[in-house]
Ligand binder design. Structure first.
Ligand code: G1P
Length: 293
C-alpha cells in the first residue's frame, strides 16, 4: 500500500432536504458560495494536496456537477474571443484532472456511498471529503492529516470540538491524546444524545481511510437512521488496526445548514478581492442600523 494519497471521494448523492425547495431539482453541492459551487471548495482543497483523481458519488438530479467539471467549448470560445483571459484560465482549471462519477442509486447512507467507490479506489489509501464542510482556505487541515497518515499508516479522522448542544449532529469519538492535536481513537459513536456522548470531539467532513474499510462496509448492517454508517465501519476497523483523530482548530463552516451557509457566504465575500471593500462597507452599514433597532 503506497503512502501517497492520490484519490479523493466526494459523497454527493444526498437529497439536500435542509435546503428545500432550492434542492428539489438541483444539487446542494452546486449551491454557490460567492462565485463557486460548494463542491469546488473541497476539490480545490484536495488539489492543493496534490490529489488529482476524484470520485464523485452522485444520484438523481446531479447532472450539473458533471457539467461543472467538464469542458464547455462555447463558453471557452466566447471568453477567448472577448479577451477574458483570467476567467478562461479559471474555467480551464476545472477540467484538468480525472473525475469518475458513480451513481449511488439509493441513498443508503455515507458508508454505502463510500463503498460505491471501491472499484475505483482498489488497494490504496484515500481521502473522503464531505463538501458541506467548508474549510478556510488559509487552513491546511487535509495537508496536516496526510502528513499524519504518512507517519502512522492508519486512518486519520478530522475532529473538532463542538458545543454539547450540537454533539447529536455528529459522529463523536472517545480518544486518548497522544501528542498536540493527535488522538488515538478508543471508540466512536454516530450521532449520540448529548448525555451519551463520550467527549465533545466531533468527526468533521475530512477522512483519510485505508482500503480495508471496504470489506467491513460490505458486511455492515444499517445503523443510526437505518443507514449504512461510515462511523460504524470505522468502529469495527478499530478492532483490527489503530485509528487516529486530528484536532482541527481552524475555521470550518457547516454549509449544509442554512445559518452555516450564510456565515460562509459572508466571510468568504469579505475575503474576496473583487468584493471585499464594497461588501465590508455594506456590512458595517447594516450592523449600525441593526444596533439602532
Ligand atoms: C456525517 C457522518 C458524521 C460526521 C458528519 C460530519 O453525518 O455520518 O459522523 O460527524 O458527517 O459532517 P451527516 O452530516 O452526513 O449527517
Amino acid at each position: 500500500m503506497s503512502g501517497m494519497i492520490k484519490k479523493a471521494i466526494f459523497p454527493a448523492a444526498g437529497l439536500g432536504t435542509r435546503f428545500l425547495p432550492a434542492t428539489k431539482a438541483s444539487p446542494k453541492e452546486m449551491m454557490p458560495i460567492v462565485d463557486k459551487p460548494m463542491i469546488q471548495y473541497g476539490v480545490e482543497e484536495a488539489l492543493a494536496c496534490n490529489i488529482q483523481e476524484f470520485i464523485i458519488i452522485t444520484g438523481k438530479h446531479k447532472r450539473s456537477i458533471e457539467d461543472h467539471f467538464d469542458s464547455t467549448f462555447e463558453l471557452e470560445d466566447k471568453l477567448r474571443k472577448s479577451g477574458k483571459k483570467e476567467l478562461l484560465e479559471e474555467i480551464n482549471r476545472l477540467n484538468k484532472f480525472s473525475i469518475a462519477y458513480i451513481r449511488q442509486g439509493k441513498a443508503l447512507g455515507l458508508g454505502h456511498a463510500i463503498l460505491c467507490a471501491k472499484p475505483f479506489v482498489k488497494d490504496e489509501p484515500f481521502a473522503v471529503i464531505l463538501s458541506d464542510d467548508i474549510i478556510g482556505s488559509e487552513d491546511t487541515l487535509l495537508k496536516d492529516m496526510i502528513k499524519l497518515y504518512k507517519e502512522v499508516k492508519s486512518p486519520v479522522l478530522a475532529l473538532q470540538k463542538v458545543p454539547r448542544s450540537e454533539i447529536h449532529r455528529y459522529g463523536v469519538i472517545d480518544g486518548l491524546k497522544e501528542s498536540k492535536g493527535v488522538y488515538k481513537i478508543r471508540d466512536l459513536i454516530e450521532k449520540p444524545l448529548a448525555k451519551d456522548a463520550p467527549s465533545d470531539l466531533a468527526i468533521i467532513g475530512r477522512y483519510i481511510l485505508t482500503p480495508d474499510i471496504f470489506d467491513i462496509l460490505e458486511k455492515l448492517k444499517p445503523g443510526k437512521g437505518r443507514e449504512i454508517q461510515l462511523t460504524d465501519a470505522i468502529r469495527k476497523l478499530l478492532k483490527k488496526r489503530p485509528v487516529y483523530g486530528f484536532l482541527f482548530e481552524g475555521k470550518r463552516y457547516d454549509a449544509g445548514d442554512k445559518l452555516g451557509y450564510l456565515k460562509a457566504t459572508v466571510d468568504l465575500a469579505l475575503k474576496n478581492p473583487e468584493l471585499s471593500s464594497k461588501f465590508r462597507s455594506y456590512i458595517l452599514n447594516i450592523s449600525k442600523s441593526l444596533k439602532e433597532t
